[in-house]
Design a protein around this ligand. Sequence first.
Ligand code: HEM
Length: 379
Amino acid sequence: MVKSMNWGTPNELIPLSYFKQMRATYPVSLKEENGAWDVFKYEDVKAIFTNHEDFSSQGTESMNDPIDTSILRQDPPKHRQLRMLVSKAFSPRMIEGLAPKIKSIALELCDQVEASGKMDGLHDFASPLPIIVIAEMLGVPPEDRGRFKQWSDALVGNDSERYYQCQQEMSVYFTEIADKRRREPQDDLISNLVLAKVDGEQLSDLEVIGFCILLLVAGNETTTNLISSAMLCIDSNADARAQLITDRSLIPQALEEVLRYCSPVQTMIRTVKKTTVLRGQTLTPGQMVNIWIGSANHDEEIFENPEIFDIRRNPNPHLAFGHGIHFCLGAQLARLESKITIETLLERFPNFRRDRSHGLERIESWIIFGVKDLPIILR
Ligand code: HEM
């Protein structure tokens, strides 16, 4: 077992004491300001993920955004059909086949920083990797990578004008690629998406584009934050580092603990469809519910000593990738990318450490957990 974090349990960055207090006192509570419910206990979070009949994934906001019409925001039966179509394109075989490519990208990123002896763990390492991988999967030609990175950054940034402009640019770009692939299929995800059929149905152009944009929004920043959080966890746990260096087969299990400990997606939203009583509180149709994954994954009723970062925790039934019909489609990819990245980092720079002359700052979001910068000394 490994001692808890010295970068603040990580209470300074994730409100763990607040979550603990809410689980004990108001596990289901209504926020007066916006009339939305907050749900903090593991069993309740899991039950809501499971109960898609009474808790809808559809938002109440406008449907102009491709994300709002994407698989993430659909209920059955539409969800089932979309999920089957995209799962066909996003096959385990395709993901496993990416391993050598991911390894070479990770090595290349290490090569680029080696001479300087330092790097920003986020901007030089954890962030570029998932973007290059998804560009590769989609079949974006290497010369368009720069543009692709700009779009990806803009989609998770705070500038809404730039966000919509990028969506327009991406729509034009992907419509063209989709057309080409329909005529001349290649061995890439877009070809699989435009050709996939379920019950004679195919994805429309708009759905293909919406899905490509969703992959960027849902996949890149989350995976980046998993990798950078793993670096933080290793940096502050000498025992864990020593064990991982000696026995690399422990890396996947350690990453599951990072997913539990610093869940990259802290909360998801559902809308109440049918009146439901939860721990004595009555949730009525149309009300929003924030289901706190970050709190559920520290629930003491499920996880013994939840504040301890334990790379050998077993079982570890965390909900970091959600649960039920919307369970993360990219979980296998995120696991593969983070495993290869952390393996490569420990091979190349086993003694990497955080430059403690810089403080840690959380990115400005309650939904996503991650740090803004991560200065690293390599040796
Ligand atoms: C769904 C987390 C990486 C694509 C989800 C959900 C969570 C999640 C919690 C469930 C949403 C809900 O129930 O409403 C994460 C985390 C990741 C990660 C923590 C990294 C550590 C990825 C990657 C991709 C991806 C790499 C693809 C490239 C998706 C998609 C869905 C989804 C398409 C929607 C599935 C559906 O609605 O059926 N993810 N994700 N995710 N994720 Fe991920």
